[in-house]
Design a protein around this ligand. Structure first.
Ligand code: ZN
Length: 339
């Protein structure tokens, strides 16, 4: 079976060679933005390493028990490491637990595989604990790490891994992929290609879960309605986002990136940059607001929203953060055309 990965051809070729020549490294690090396909690629590599009946060198059958269990991440020789329920971080005890299980011989496959997802979320202690495993590699153990950026890991971890850097695919090729492989209409494929910025995993996720898309649209519509509105009307949304109290951070964390993506689009238009819009379906509204702002105002809005996203975790009261942002939104003179 072919790997069926869109983009990342060089990475697929490299990993196929490593899998078929048995010259794989002990640790791989898949780096790139969320939704770019890091985990998918890591799991296909695991299948290629373990499948007992590959139809061709570097491939995997996709139908044997090993292949199916790896794909669904239920293989007995696959250890998964990610933050535990209710925790933001990967903790040192989890790394120790993983090391313990990696010391045992594989059950079913020829290898024990550890998949460490979003390892930038590991505490410094946990990263240091993993170093021991990286420094003293064991036979029949392979570590597959994913992370959003090299800078968010200890350099000593990065230097001991084969680094596979994944970049988003082009908007155009993502659109074609979504049309041909997911059967989307050209309009829908175009929108998702823009919204995902060429991160194919993110695009597929949105295609498979229409609720994500409709929630995005609702959230953006509520935001657009407030641009010509008065301060008290804006604050009403801030109040709504802060309820229930224990969900406030989550609610705010969902809308901030949407607002930021909108202001970035406005900045693209104001500055005349030759970049694709993210919110293609709101092009008209973006143009309308861009006509009322200058480049420095638009840039300032992008900067303050980026800062707010970084600071969200520091705020005891996310509602206050949102209200501060709302005061900086421009007041649009005419109602926006909202369909
Ligand atoms: Zn197989």
């Amino acid at each position: 079976m072919e790997w069926q990965i869109h983009g990342h051809e060089w990475a697929v070729n490299l990993l196929k060679t490593h899998a078929s020549t048995d010259k794989h490294r002990h640790a791989y690090l898949f780096v790139g933005p969320e939704g770019v396909g890091r985990r998918t690629l890591a799991l296909k590599f695991a299948q290629a390493l373990v499948c007992p009946n590959p139809p061709a060198p570097g491939q995997f059958c996709g139908t044997c028990r090993d292949c199916r269990q790896l794909e669904s991440m239920t293989h007995p020789d696959l250890s998964l490491l990610l933050p535990e329920e209710g925790h933001k971080d990967i903790l040192i005890d989890q790394v120790r637990g993983l090391q313990h299980s990696l010391a045992l011989a594989p059950y079913a496959a020829s290898l024990r595989i550890a998949l460490l997802l979003d390892f930038q979320r590991a505490t410094n202690q946990a990263m240091n604990a993993l170093l021991k495993t990286l420094e003293e590699p064991q036979d029949k153990v392979i570590l597959l790490l994913t992370a959003n950026a090299l800078e968010s890991l200890l350099p000593t971890i990065v230097s001991r891994c084969e680094v596979i850097r994944l970049r988003p695919a082009s908007i155009a090729s993502t659109r074609v992929f979504l049309q041909s492989k997911k059967g989307l209409s050209s309009e829908q494929a175009n929108l998702l290609a823009h919204l995902s910025g060429g991160r194919v995993g993110a695009a597929i996720h949105m295609a498979d879960d229409p609720a994500t898309l409709s929630r995005r649209r609702e959230n953006l519509m509520a935001f657009l309605e407030l641009l010509p509105a008065r301060r008290y009307q804006r604050f009403r949304l801030a109040e709504k986002l802060a309820k229930p109290y224990d969900k406030a951070r989550e609610n705010v964390g969902e809308v901030l990136p949407l607002w930021l993506s909108f202001w970035r689009d406005v900045l693209i238009r104001v500055s005349g940059a030759d970049l694709p819009l993210v919110n293609l379906d709101l092009e008209q509204q973006i143009d309308q607001i861009a006509a009322e702002l200058d480049a420095s105002q638009a840039r300032q809005l992008v900067v303050t929203h980026e800062k707010a996203i970084q600071e969200l975790d520091l705020y005891a009261n996310p509602r206050l953060l949102v209200e501060t942002l709302m005061l900086q939104w421009p007041h649009v003179s005419v109602p926006l055309m909202i369909v």
